[in-house]
Structures are given as C-alpha cells and as structure tokens.
Design a protein around this ligand. Structure first.
Ligand code: URA
Length: 211
C-alpha cells in the first residue's frame, strides 16, 4: 500500500501484520522478538527491492540453457547501530552477497538528537542499491543524520527501511530527505514526549539485545 505521501510505502501483507503483533507483544521472549524482527525484515526487503533493476543473464540448468536474470547493481545494507543490526541479520539470509556498512548513532536523552560515534561504509556505496535500516522511525533525527552520512559518502539509490514509524518521524525525514523513499510495516498514531512511538514496541535495541 502506498501512503498518500507517495514516498512512504506501508507493507500491506497478512504475514507482516501477524508477525508485527507478536513483535509488539510485551510477553514475547527475547528469542521470539529476535526471530520476528528478522522475519519482518525479510518481508520489508522483498518490498524495498521491488523496483531494483535486473539484467538479462543466461544460465545452464541440468536440462539446458535458460534465459534468466541477475541484479544489475550491488546491494549495500547499512544498519543504524544498534537496533538496525536486528534487521540486518534477517536480510543477510536473502542477500548474503550484500556489502554491509555501519553507522553508529546514539540518542542524547535530553535533546533527543543523534550523536554520531561511528561510520564505516562499503567502497561500492555510490553504485549500490543502499538500504538504510532502523526498526523504529520515531523523531526521525537519527534516520536523517544517517541518510546525510550516506549521501555525503556518495549513495544515490537510497531507501530507508523501518518496522514501526509515526507521522512526526516521516515528516521530519522527508523535510530533509524528500528524495529517499521510506518502506515501513506500520505507521503508528503517536510519538510521546520522550521520543517513543505509542503503541510501538518499546525499545527495539533493548528488546533485541536483552539489555
Ligand atoms: N527507539 C525505540 O527503540 N523505540 C521507540 O519507540 C523509539 C525509538
């Protein structure tokens, strides 16, 4: 489903809905939370990669020659540390050939602004289909900062993938990066005054890493 802002796609899939319910549930164990986040990430990857270009390729099956396809561009996955690592783990099973970058940002709990402490990106970032990963699009500040880091490094085909988003985060992100599509599993109604999405799922990093 494409949201009224055409650069936001909400994943409209029964499996995603069912898995999201389990991901949100406060009674889920760490193992269940990890598994569900990885699974939803794979579904989001399928949606985010829908418009990637393919080029013709010929392969040999055991029965003969077959006109086939190969992805035209390399893939780069860039999780925002640390919760984005949970999305990377699932996606890596589907695109094991992807290069991986890391952007480390923590949130100053007073200003709610991101502070960058780490950035290491693949050398093919300019040619790659780049997916920026963070399960939560809350205030949008971290996603904005990370997208800026990627663009400064030369990324051109960039998409932001999250599981739970909210309007203020989407609006903030698109104020700074109107050219970067967002793919999300759901848009939640509220952002509370300490920057958490409501109903959301709590702190994604804490739940994934059991901290
Ligand atoms: N980060 C989280 O992990 N959860 C939120 O609700 C907001 C930011």
């Amino acid at each position: 489903m494409v949201d009224k802002s055409s650069s936001v796609t909400v994943l409209d899939h029964p499996l995603a809905k069912a898995k999201l319910a389990k991901l949100r549930a406060k009674g889920s164990t760490t193992a269940e939370f990890r598994r569900r986040l990885q699974e939803i990430s794979i579904l989001l990857l399928a949606e985010a990669s829908r418009s990637w270009t393919v080029e013709p390729a010929t392969i040999e099956t055991p029965m003969g020659s077959c006109a086939s396809h190969a992805l035209a561009r390399p893939i780069a996955l860039v999780p925002i540390l640390r919760a984005g690592l949970g999305m990377l783990e699932g996606m890596s099973h589907i695109v094991p050939e992807a290069t991986v970058g890391h952007i480390g940002l923590y949130r100053d709990e007073t200003t709610l602004r991101p502070v960058k402490y780490y950035s290491r990106l693949p050398t093919n970032i300019a040619e790659a289909e780049v997916l920026l990963l963070d399960p939560m699009l809350a205030t949008g500040y971290s996603a904005c900062e990370a997208a800026t880091v990627l663009k400064d490094a030369g990324a051109r085909a960039l998409r932001f993938i999250c599981v739970v988003s909210c309007r203020p985060g989407i609006e903030q992100f698109h104020r700074l990066h109107p050219d970067v599509p967002i793919i999300t599993a759901v848009i939640d109604p509220e952002l509370n005054d300490v920057g958490y999405i409501v109903p959301g799922l709590g702190d994604a990093g804490d739940r994934y890493f059991a901290t």
